[in-house]
Design a protein around this ligand. Structure first.
Ligand code: MG
Length: 255
């Protein structure tokens, strides 16, 4: 009994000394400013309340042709999806963005043919810095059962970063990308101040983890930076002979 009392006494002394050493917990509490309230979508596909809808299944009103941004985007809209219309070129958003969170879904057609890079090739360019394929590309390709160079497979930052996993679904199934893009910042003289960064999930699985990009995507040679500001998001008409791919549920949250 005496021992039990002593143990309790020592424990009480120890606890009070410990909390004294820790100080007042209120000193480390932050109450303002409160985070903005955002109503989440019902599913991961649905846009949250503060998102800018880039495609809701109806039309290409938020998109233009990359070749001539005064002209409408000519890809096909049917069954709540956009499908690449070969030969019409890349399309890009009317709006320009800097840092953002993007949700986009894509589908390789079930009857896809071809191999390597010529099997459902398209791409999401996170900032269209110039004509054609200029920008920072996250690859779209069928790699469910299709080998290619790993820094060019689906979910790669094309020719810069290999995805952490291959989480491709079978052709014919819808897949998603959730991408966080931190745009590069430039000095007055055009030199790079801070590199761009990409975090990406494919079908809910982390595939790029805060990866620093070394410049715009190039097919041959090394990436390089070229000063730019806010830029559109662009989708690629790659022009390979296989069946064209489709996109849907596209929305963005500016950060
Ligand atoms: Mg591509």
């Amino acid at each position: 009994m005496k021992n039990k009392f002593l143990t309790l006494f020592v424990t009480a002394i120890f606890c009070s000394c410990f909390s004294f050493a820790q100080g007042d917990p209120k000193l480390t509490e932050v109450w303002t400013p409160e985070p903005i309230k955002v109503q989440p979508g019902k599913t991961n596909s649905d846009a949250p309340s503060d998102a800018i809808i880039l495609f809701d299944g109806r039309n290409l009103d938020e998109w233009v042709s990359t070749k001539d941004s005064t002209k409408p985007a000519l890809w096909t809209v049917a069954k709540k999806a956009i499908t690449v219309k070969k030969g019409t070129g890349n399309i890009q958003t009317k709006k320009s963005f800097t840092d953002y969170q993007l949700h986009i879904e894509w589908r390789i057609p079930a009857n896809i043919t071809g191999s390597g890079q010529a099997r459902g090739n398209s791409g999401v360019f996170l900032a269209a810095t110039g004509p054609g394929d200029e920008g920072y590309e996250i690859q779209v390709l069928d790699n469910y059962d299709n080998k290619t160079y790993v820094n060019g497979q689906a979910a790669s930052i094309y020719k810069q970063a290999v995805p952490l996993a291959n989480v491709c679904k079978k052709p014919g199934e819808w897949q998603s990308y959730d991408i966080v893009w931190t745009a590069p910042r430039f000095n007055e003289d055009g030199t790079i101040k801070t590199n761009g960064r990409i975090t990406a999930l494919q079908n809910g699985v982390l595939v790029q983890n805060n990866v620093e990009v070394n410049g715009i995507t190039v097919y041959i040679g090394k990436p390089y930076y070229k000063k730019h500001g806010a830029a559109p998001i662009k989708l690629q008409d790659h022009g390979d002979p296989s069946e064209p791919i489709s996109y849907r549920n596209i929305w963005v949250r500016e950060l």
